[in-house]
Design a protein around this ligand. Structure first.
Ligand code: FES
Length: 184
């Protein structure tokens, strides 16, 4: 069995991964719970690593109306290329009537014509809204619908009806080139 000393003697990370596996196996006779916990806890990113992580998304294959469902810092991420019709409709919405007033341009960010980036986390109690996948219920405003307690978001991810207090969150992001967006 490898020891902690083995682990500390190496810096390339390879031995560390070996050690985690070997250690887990060596504990196997002790009991299921005591095997799993050390393995999971050592492999999970620490809070500060997670907070600093970025996610690159290639949007080159996205057709208008299509979305990518991904994960960003352990949370669902929706990246959508909006259709010209959705863009025109969302630009016409009277901001004065919105619970959380944001223009489409504010949500897309400067220089971004049609790629909507947002967390797939309902701002009520954190369920994952429907609407990013093909054939999913888009709700009464043709955007996103949270089935947990009935929050309806429009095609720009703005809350329009139901208990959610705010729009779907837009994480920080920047285009690396015309095809790749770096989130975070
Ligand atoms: S968690 Fe979405 S409506 Fe309650």
């Amino acid at each position: 069995m490898a020891t902690t000393a083995d682990n500390m003697n190496t810096e390339d990370g390879v031995r560390r991964r070996d050690w985690i596996h070997i250690a887990a196996v060596s504990f196997a006779g002790v009991g299921g719970a005591s095997v799993l916990y050390p393995l999971v806890s050592q492999m999970a990113p620490t809070a500060d690593v997670l907070a600093a992580s970025t996610t690159d998304v290639d949007v080159s294959a996205l057709e208008p109306g299509q979305s990518i469902k991904g994960v960003f810092r352990d949370q669902p991420l929706f990246v959508k290329r909006m259709t010209p019709e959705e863009i025109a409709e969302m630009q016409e919405v009277d901001l004065g009537g919105l619970r959380d007033a944001e223009s489409l341009e504010q949500r897309l960010g400067e220089g971004n014509a049609d790629i909507l980036v947002q967390l797939g986390v309902c701002t009520h109690l954190g369920c994952v809204p429907l609407g990013a996948g093909e054939g999913e219920d888009k709700g009464e405003f043709d955007g996103y619908f949270c089935p947990c307690h009935g929050s309806h978001y429009d095609a720009a991810g703005r809350i329009r009806k139901g208990p959610a207090p705010t729009n779907l969150a837009v994480p920080e992001f920047a285009f690396q080139n015309e095809n790749v967006i770096r989130i975070g």
